[in-house]
Design a protein around this ligand. Structure first.
Ligand code: ZN
Length: 658
């Protein structure tokens, strides 16, 4: 059964799929597949379609939240782009196109990650001429003056979100969530409103801009009839259609509650919606649509508009369920001392989803996992939804496989082939075992403080979960369950893990720095410990060839034994709360970097010319109607490129500018 379910995913994935779409500045744009869409029921497809329309119509909101000039800049640049009659290979035009692509990607004039303003590489003269050639340009002199400053003055609106301590974060940030107010005024305003004894507080400021009117501070809510009304009306229109084809009453109820929130702007209603959403777990199709994450606000209150539609990946969710159901086998057979094992272990079943559309703050740059709602008291009292987005991760992996990265760093063709063949599945299983069983396994001895390992707790906890996963990847049980078909599958993950831990993860560390992040320390700890302990049997070796260093794994069976040995020791440290032993492990194996290897890795990586940031274009969904206007199918296609999609969205999903 499991085998069938798993190969279903494999079949649904088109192996000739062209993932890479565009490359400019520090960005690579990809496309993603939506496996399983064709297998949805007609009603589910219809639901997905309406929800994708609701998602796409919020795009302008985010542009305006990010900076009040963004929509003016975007529409002008798009007009010039369409109107341009000169040569396509003109240097200025090419620089102009690059800038426009950056503005699209950043949802405005600032970089999505660094928050710094983009620097145009085309001349002011080119811009002047192109602007003058636009129909009606002579009547837009005032606007042109503003655009000149916004685009060409590097000091004007230089940073979208400023977090520098000691400065007025509102006055020095270019985002458009406040106007005419200082940080102090806003903080006083909310401190006056907040009741610190309230155990179920609303998310203050989540859906509004704060401004000064007649000398008084007021909130301007985003809602029907308020700010962004035109866009929100469209969103509501499509959500209302979605409610008519909801999968069940629970889902219909939360969609209607979200509509009510958009109509009233009431944050109490938003909390009610969030609770209903978190508690409704039966539907296969699900979505996010609203003001969610607050990284775009220097004070961390206002939510950036975001949309995503997704549905359950049945094959992958089945895999994680299968592992969870066998949790006791894995717990009872682990190499850990019996005193530290759970007598009754319950695996955590993680939900795996495929994204159907990315929008707003999730587009084009997107997360690979979601954990919502953000409100702490709602999470504690009503739970949260935690999902990983399989088709996005898959696209990242497929593209990484084509960069020449493994060819550059792997010891030989044997390892490259091993990873090509098995790494995608082995990697997924590693994540499943880590999340569903690793963290859930083991127990503390009575009286041991769960925070006993203090600052090293996070690194050691990640190491424990990783080691549990690594140890069981090579267990015959995975073959017996039908999850792995080939007994060599685990070797792909073992090789990648050691190569990454000892070498390639150093690409993310600046020269001269130690390893600080907990996951990275854990990977170094495990790899370095296994290298040192395996020296006498030559389990892992560094090989020099043509001036380059490679990792060679000589004995995979012994490597598994070492993983088991270290798992037993780290579980002992955790169960007994042995702080000193934990500290020594982390400090000895997990922190220090060999500067020569580090330098070599960085320079080899640079030679590969891999874009540091990636994002996605969406598929196109086309409804098919019969002659009576009844929807009878929704078709999906993956043909659109980056420029065409952006221009189309600018025309068809732009309620605030058209
Ligand atoms: Zn973890």
């Amino acid at each position: 059964m499991a085998t069938a379910a798993l190969s279903m995913t494999a079949m649904a994935q088109n192996t000739d799929f062209n993932y890479s779409v565009d490359r400019f500045a520090d960005i690579e744009v990809l496309r993603y597949q939506v496996p399983g869409f064709e297998d949805l029921s007609l009603q589910q497809k219809e639901l997905v379609y309406y929800l994708t329309e609701a998602a796409l119509n919020g795009r302008d909101i985010l542009f305006d939240q990010n900076c009040k000039y963004n929509l003016m800049v975007r529409t002008t640049l798009e007009d010039i782009y369409r109107n341009y009659k000169g040569k396509k290979d003109d240097k200025n035009f090419q620089a102009f196109e690059k800038y426009l692509k950056q503005v699209w990607f950043g949802n405005g004039i600032h970089h999505h990650y660094s928050m710094d303003k983009f620097v145009p590489e085309f001349s002011k003269d080119f811009f002047d001429k192109q602007f003058a050639a636009l129909p009606g340009a002579e009547k837009r002199a005032a606007e042109k003056k503003v655009l000149d400053r916004v685009i060409f003055d590097p000091d004007f609106m230089a940073k979208r979100v400023n977090q520098a301590d000691g400065e007025d974060l509102i006055l020095t940030s270019a985002c458009n969530m406040y106007e005419g107010v200082t940080q102090k005024e806003v903080e006083d305003f909310y401190n006056n409103l907040k009741d610190t004894t309230d155990l179920t507080p609303i998310s203050w400021g989540l859906n509004c801009k704060v401004v000064k009117k007649n000398g008084k501070i007021v909130e301007e809510p985003y809602k029907v009839g308020g700010l962004y009304s035109k866009a929100i009306e469209k969103i509501v229109y499509w959500l209302q259609k979605a409610a008519t084809v909801a999968e069940n009453e629970g889902q219909r109820a939360y969609i209607n509650e979200l509509i009510k929130f958009y109509q009233t702007g009431s944050l109490k209603t938003f909390d009610d919606y969030s609770i209903m959403w978190a508690e409704e777990t039966k539907s296969e199709v699900d979505f996010i649509n609203g003001f969610i994450e607050s990284y775009g606000d220097p004070l961390g209150m206002t939510g950036s508009w975001e949309g995503m539609v997704n549905f359950k990946d049945k094959a992958a969710s089945y895999r994680s369920k299968l592992i969870s159901e066998n949790a006791q086998y894995f717990e009872s057979n682990s190499p850990v001392d019996n005193r530290f094992k759970k007598k009754n272990v319950k695996g955590v079943s993680a939900k795996v989803i495929n994204a159907a559309i990315l929008a707003g703050d999730s587009y084009p740059s997107t997360p690979i996992g979601i954990n919502l709602p953000n409100s702490n008291w709602i999470r504690a009292a009503h739970g949260s939804k935690s999902v990983s987005i399989d088709n996005i991760t898959d696209a990242y992996n497929k593209v990484a496989a084509g960069t020449g990265f493994n060819e550059e760093f792997a010891y030989s063709d044997v390892e490259v082939e091993l990873m090509k063949k098995y790494l995608a599945l082995a990697d997924n299983l590693h994540t499943d075992l880590h999340e569903c069983l690793g963290h859930a396994s083991g127990q503390l001895l009575p009286g041991v403080d769960q925070d006993a390992l203090k600052a090293h707790g996070a690194t050691l906890e990640e190491a424990r979960a990783d080691l549990f996963a690594l140890y069981y990847l090579a267990d015959p049980k995975l073959i017996e369950l039908g999850i792995f078909k080939d007994k060599d599958t685990y070797k792909a993950e073992y090789y990648k893990y050691i190569m990454n831990g000892l070498m390639t993860q150093l690409t993310r560390i600046e020269p001269g720095k130690d390893i600080e992040e907990a996951h990275m320390r854990n990977r170094k700890l495990i790899s370095e410990w296994c290298y040192q302990k395996g020296l006498k049997d030559n389990v892992i070796e560094y090989v020099k060839r043509d001036g380059k260093t490679y990792i060679k794994v000589n004995d995979y069976v012994k490597l598994r034994d070492l993983f088991g040995e270290l798992l037993a020791e780290i579980q002992r440290i955790k169960s007994e709360g042995d702080y000193e032993a934990g500290r020594l492990l982390v400090e000895t194996y997990g922190v220090k970097v060999d500067p020569a290897i580090h330098k070599e890795v960085l320079s080899r990586y640079e030679g590969l010319n891999i874009a540091p940031y990636k994002g996605f274009v969406n598929p196109i969904y086309t409804p098919v109607y019969d002659k009576n206007g009844k929807l009878i199918d929704v078709k999906i296609s993956y043909t659109e490129n980056y420029i065409d999609q952006m221009l189309r969205y600018g025309q068809d999903y732009s309620p605030l500018t058209h």
